[in-house]
Design a binder for this molecule. Structure first.
Ligand code: AMP
Length: 496
């Protein structure tokens, strides 16, 4: 970012500048610096290669807010986004950028009251932020009219293509006037995007910005000391206790990655493995599945993980420690992006104590030692997850046939017995704390095989302070260091 450049330099009006000041935006990000003048002054369409977290929403949002006619109450700009979450985030950002301008912005996506959408559309809105599916719904119902559209934004275009929205997008494009401006934002530029652009866009300017640098502040870095043989059990525990688990798990070898993936899969987890033996076609299928959240754990080797562009991981797990500090930094940069907090967890065997200390010194970042959750904590977390899932399901109205069946079953007079059996049927077993015996923490200097039975836990003893972060960090023994917000993200869950 050019630190001298200001939003004033980009040609925005005084009221918008005031809003930006209130929002705390001091300088434009690179994508904003490049895109805003092109949109305000240029005639061409725009293709911008920029990820979420680079400030791309304001890059297209500010000029649109500047250029559309306030109070017209005809759809003048449409933003298409792949997911509800993104559509909702974009809406919030646009709302906060519009300041006092009389502009109505409507989010249009599934799972959101159709009645309100219909009412608002009837009354008239100026900007619509929609997922392609719901936009098509409204076009078919003729409740969404796009003949006054001046700006069409395809946000996260690569994601929309990955999710199979290409036909919907093409249909929507036939409803907007030819002379609209099209803005395509995409983190990657696969050939399908270039094809789409050639087919539907006019002359375009290209904007490309580097991916946002990972900030160590957005990643909680912790490690567990354990024996090699306990790694799988430890990972299983974490999957069940962490509030969210959408993770990239790193293994040293292809064989190791395959073995771990198949073991996790045997534990009923949605997992895929990615390594050098995987063909390109398989790789694309695996990544698409993972990006959609159909699998929540991706086990990968360093080589295979290169070039994976997934922004919102809750965790990066170093199941096997990386070779060096560069690889460590590269791995953990996959989480804690886009302004969210992520967690980087390393499994450190006795032979690797020196390695983690070296990494801390090299990266000048503290990596705090933590203690694995005890069996009772795992059970508690599992119970809570089950409850949350049941209550969430109960929010959705079940068909009448099911109500009738439920009443017949409940008439047996054993509601508690019936519910318990249903829960067991659905979730399987796993609420017995004895299934989670304590995982031994190795003594320094013991072999990593863990063959010896003697070990010490010594919580709170000197041993926990053996490795000192080179700067600033405390040796927290808790799973969630104080002061860090838990990672909130798409509704992808781990085991349940
Ligand atoms: P986006 O890439 O649009 O999802 O934006 C990521 C985050 O950066 C959002 O929380 C924005 O509010 C914030 N942001 C965008 N532009 C700026 C800026 N110029 N200065 C500070 N924060 C910004």
């Amino acid at each position: 970012m050019d630190s001298k450049l200001t939003f004033e330099d980009l040609g925005l009006s005084a009221d918008i500048l005031e809003g930006l000041k209130k929002k705390g935006f001091e300088h434009p990000t690179p994508v904003q610096a490049q895109t805003i003048p092109l949109l305000l002054n240029g005639e061409k369409d725009i293709i911008a290669q920029a990820q979420t977290g680079t400030g791309k929403t304001a890059a297209f949002g500010l000029p649109i807010i500047e250029r559309i006619t306030p109070g017209l109450r005809k759809v003048q700009a449409v933003v298409l986004a792949p997911t509800r979450e993104l559509a909702s985030q974009v809406c919030e950002e646009l709302e906060s950028l519009k300041g006092k301008r009389n502009i109505r912005i409507l989010p249009v996506y599934g799972g959101q009251g159709m009645a309100i959408q219909l009412k608002m559309l009837k009354e008239g809105v100026d900007i619509v932020v929609a997922t392609p599916g719901r936009a098509i719904d409204h076009l078919n119902r003729k409740t969404l009219k796009l003949n006054d559209v001046k700006y069409l934004v395809l946000d996260e275009a690569d994601e929309m293509l990955n999710m199979g929205f290409i036909e919907d997008i093409e249909t929507i494009l036939t409803h907007v006037p030819e002379d609209r401006k099209t803005l395509l934002f995409s983190a990657t530029m696969p050939s399908a995007i270039v094809k789409l652009a050639r087919k539907f866009m006019g002359d375009y300017d290209e904007v490309k910005v580097a991916a946002k640098q990972r900030s160590a502040d957005t990643v909680d870095q912790i490690f567990y000391e354990l024996y090699e043989k306990d790694k799988l059990r430890a990972l299983h525990r974490l999957i069940h206790t962490e509030e969210e688990f959408y993770a990239l798990v790193f293994c040293r070898t292809r064989v190791g990655a395959d073995r771990l993936a198949s073991k996790l899969s045997g534990m009923n987890l949605d997992v895929e493995a990615l390594h050098g033996d995987v063909t390109q076609a398989q790789r694309e299928r695996i990544l698409a599945k993972f990006k959609k959240g159909h699998s929540t754990i991706l086990v990968a080797t360093d080589v295979a993980a290169r070039g994976i562009d997934i922004n919102d991981l809750s965790h990066v797990i170093n199941f096997d420690m990386p070779e060096n500090s560069e690889a460590y930094v590269h791995r953990i940069g996959r989480t804690g992006r886009a302004g969210k907090t992520g967690k980087a967890i390393s499994f450190v065997t006795p032979g690797e104590f020196r390695k983690i200390r070296y990494i801390m010194e090299q990266t000048k970042t503290p990596i705090n030692k933590a203690i694995l959750p005890a069996g009772q904590a795992v059970i508690e977390a599992k119970r809570n997850a089950m409850k949350a899932k049941v209550f969430a399901a109960a929010e959705t109205e079940a068909p009448q046939d099911y109500h009738t069946l439920a009443q017949e079953i409940l008439a047996s007079g054993k509601p508690s017995q019936v519910l318990a059996s249903l829960l067991q049927l659905h979730f399987g077993g796993g609420l017995n704390p004895n299934a989670y015996p304590e995982i031994a923490e190795p003594e320094r200097g013991r072999s990593s095989s863990g063959g010896r039975s003697s070990f010490r836990r010594e919580r709170g003893s000197e041993r926990n302070h053996f490795i000192k972060p080179s700067k600033g960090g405390s040796n927290s023994r808790s799973e969630r260091p104080a002061g860090k917000k838990s990672f909130k993200r798409k509704s992808r869950t781990g085991a349940y």
